[in-house]
Design a protein around this ligand. Structure first.
Ligand SMILES: NC(=O)C1=CN([C@@H]2O[C@H](COP(=O)(O)OP(=O)(O)OC[C@H]3O[C@@H](n4cnc5c(N)ncnc54)[C@H](OP(=O)(O)O)[C@@H]3O)[C@@H](O)[C@H]2O)C=CC1
Ligand SMILES: O=C[C@H](O)[C@@H](O)[C@@H](O)[C@H](O)C(=O)O
Length: 253
């Protein structure tokens, strides 16, 4: 079964609504997780340089046997690479063992130094301009560019200077973090939203919330399906679910 529900990006490309997350999925486990996800219908894979697992995600993609062109692959520019985006992109492509990304995101509008401090010597809007240049110069390497963790206030600044409107804003969305104004703002501008941490992130705290449990019982569904569907069924929104446990990966889809 291929899970086939999509949103259309401002580039015209389709992004599968259901995405598979890999934050905190360790080398040794993430290969199998990505393979299981792809073998069970997921066609959208999300990683990041900061997750330190791009190589293993690439291995999982190969192991699945699913052709690269059937997969929507996303990775992210790390906070410590704002000064050298092209170099960072090349490094991600090499690690993932692919010639192109379907979507390349700025992970946070927050340049940092390698010792974890804010890097005041560069403005994230200039990083965006550098990503725009990479996208325009290398259309064969990057099919779309976007952002993550960008607020309305930050968008107002970005859109005054951008020549490419971000295709996606990836942000935290679940019943404990609804961000309705930001979602509406993005959708009004034609920017697709990708919801992250739909179960409340690490250790999935929302799965045991009594209201979620009540809704799940009423509909004869699981709590995870309720929480993932809550995001997936919003127009203009896609959702990332993460697990390294095969049964959960399959059930979540
Ligand atoms: N752009 C950004 O800044 C961010 C992006 N993201 C992306 O979004 C993805 C999803 O968000 P994430 O924060 O990982 O959190 P999620 O809300 O997806 O929750 C993941 C947790 O839920 C557990 N889990 C998953 N499915 C089930 C299930 N059916 N039953 C019980 N437990 C379950 C997982 O355990 P286990 O794996 O052990 O099965 C893990 O502990 C990330 O992996 C990443 O790709 C996330 C955070 C920030
Ligand atoms: O994508 C995942 C998240 O952005 C994660 O990388 C951050 O939340 C990080 O743990 C932090 O402390 O800033």
């Amino acid at each position: 079964m291929v899970v086939s529900q999509f949103e259309k990006l401002n580039t015209g490309a389709l992004i599968p609504t259901l995405g598979f997350g890999t934050w905190q999925s360790k080398p040794g486990a993430v290969e199998r997780a990505v393979e299981v996800a792809l073998r069970n219908g997921y066609r959208h894979i999300d990683t990041a340089t900061a997750y330190r697992n791009e190589k293993e995600v690439g291995t999982g993609i190969k192991a699945s046997g699913v052709p690269r062109e059937e997969i929507f692959l996303v990775t992210k520019l790390s906070n410590t690479s704002h000064k050298s985006p092209l170099e960072a992109l090349e490094s991600s492509l090499k690690a993932l063992d692919t010639t192109y990304l379907d979507l390349w995101l700025m992970h946070w509008p927050a340049p940092m130094t390698s010792d974890g401090k804010a890097d005041k010597s560069i403005n994230w809007i200039d990083t965006w301009k550098a990503m725009e240049k990479v996208y325009k110069d290398h259309p064969n390497k990057v099919k779309a560019i976007g952002v993550s963790n960008v607020s309305v206030e930050f968008f107002e600044k970005l859109l005054k200077e951008a020549t490419v409107i971000p295709a996606v804003n990836q942000l935290e969305l679940h019943p404990g973090c609804v961000q309705e104004d930001l979602v509406k703002y993005c959708l009004d501008k034609g920017i697709v939203v990708t919801a992250y941490s739909p179960l409340g992130s690490s250790d999935s705290p929302l799965l045991t919330h009594p209201v979620v449990d009540k809704i799940a019982t009423k509909h004869g569904a699981t709590a995870s399906n309720i929480l993932i569907s809550l995001q997936a069924n919003k127009p203009g929104v896609t959702v990332l679910t993460k697990s390294v446990t095969p049964e959960r990966i399959i059930a979540n889809a």
